[in-house]
Design a protein around this ligand. Structure first.
Ligand SMILES: CC(C)(COP(=O)(O)OP(=O)(O)OC[C@H]1O[C@@H](n2cnc3c(N)ncnc32)[C@H](O)[C@@H]1OP(=O)(O)O)[C@@H](O)C(=O)NCCC(=O)NCCS
Length: 112
């Protein structure tokens, strides 16, 4: 939407970063079956701009699971709303830590 863009109609990088963090957070909460928080973000690279009106899709891939941490690769894609082609706009690697009710790290449930 226009409120998320600069004067040239490009969406702010911070808006996209927030969307990616939210997506990774949903994934981490679902995987760890509880609360999880961002502890690190590595290697963010903006390849292409997102324009006002674009559809944006976020994909998550689990890269690594530690005792309490999850490393999640996120990539984001744009599609002009009337077109079929899509292009990758950015990617980054997020690390989330599963936490308990006191805010301390807890062991991640390992899927079998
Ligand atoms: C998440 C938090 C509870 C972890 O506490 P901590 O005392 O640093 O925890 P630990 O040192 O035991 O590390 C926990 C895990 O994080 C990993 N970790 C710590 N620092 C890391 C970093 N910079 N990058 C990647 N992983 C990291 C550790 O390797 C460990 O993984 P493992 O359990 O899978 O082996 C604490 O750092 C915190 O509350 N941070 C703020 C989180 C937050 O508010 N995020 C939103 C930002 S606005």
């Amino acid at each position: 939407m226009p409120a998320d863009a600069n004067a040239y109609g490009d969406i702010f990088g911070g808006w996209l970063l927030g969307l990616m963090d939210s997506g990774a957070g949903l994934f981490a909460a679902r995987y760890s079956k509880g609360r999880a928080v961002t502890i690190a973000l590595d290697g963010m690279h903006f390849h292409k701009p997102v324009k006002v009106g674009d559809e944006v899709s976020i994909y998550a891939e689990l890269v690594r699971v530690g005792r309490s941490s999850m490393t999640i690769f996120i990539d984001a894609w744009r599609r002009e709303r009337t077109q079929e082609e899509r292009e990758k706009v950015t990617d980054a690697t997020f690390t989330f830590v599963a936490i308990d009710d006191t805010g301390r790290p807890r062991a991640v449930h390992q899927e079998t």
